[in-house]
Design a protein around this ligand. Structure first.
Ligand code: 5GP
Ligand code: ZN
Length: 124
């Protein structure tokens, strides 16, 4: 088989078994809080703080390095979405992070930003 075709098939198999690709397609339900052309934001299923939102590209990239190298414009859109949501849901104090690689705690290999805060807007 041609290498390009093999890579395309492997990518399709990865996407079919990817939890976040399945959330984008609607096959797995999620508490969606916002959407833009190329990004989706939803509440984390196991929140680590009062506000815990995940922002993902709709297309599959394995981590933020892959996303940055392949689609810097989508990374920009994702950052805009994440910081807008942080401002809407918190009093302005928040953490924004990307776990990258299993040793750094990445468990879902579809790029995502965590928006975390213990100060929700309701507190202020
Ligand atoms: P990571 O550890 O890869 O940086 O973050 C993955 C995050 O995805 C975790 O915080 C985990 O709780 C969340 N997560 C895993 N599966 C699901 C799911 O099916 N739905 C939602 N909403 N979040 C999920
Ligand atoms: Zn995916």
């Amino acid at each position: 088989m041609e290498l390009g075709l093999a890579k395309t098939r492997l990518k399709r198999m990865t996407e079919a078994s990817c939890i976040f690709c399945n959330i984008v397609s609607g096959d797995i339900p999620a508490d969606i809080v916002a959407e833009s052309s190329n990004t989706l934001a939803f509440k984390d299923i196991a929140p680590l703080s009062k506000v815990h939102i995940l922002v993902i590209p709709k297309k599959h990239y394995k981590d933020v390095v892959d996303l940055t190298e392949s689609s810097p414009a989508v990374l920009g859109e994702l950052m805009a979405q994440a910081t807008n949501l942080a401002q809407q849901h918190t009093n302005g104090s928040f953490k924004l992070h990307f776990n990258t690689g299993a040793e750094a705690g990445q468990t879902v290999f579809h790029a995502h930003a965590h928006v975390l805060s213990d100060e929700s807007k309701d507190d202020s």
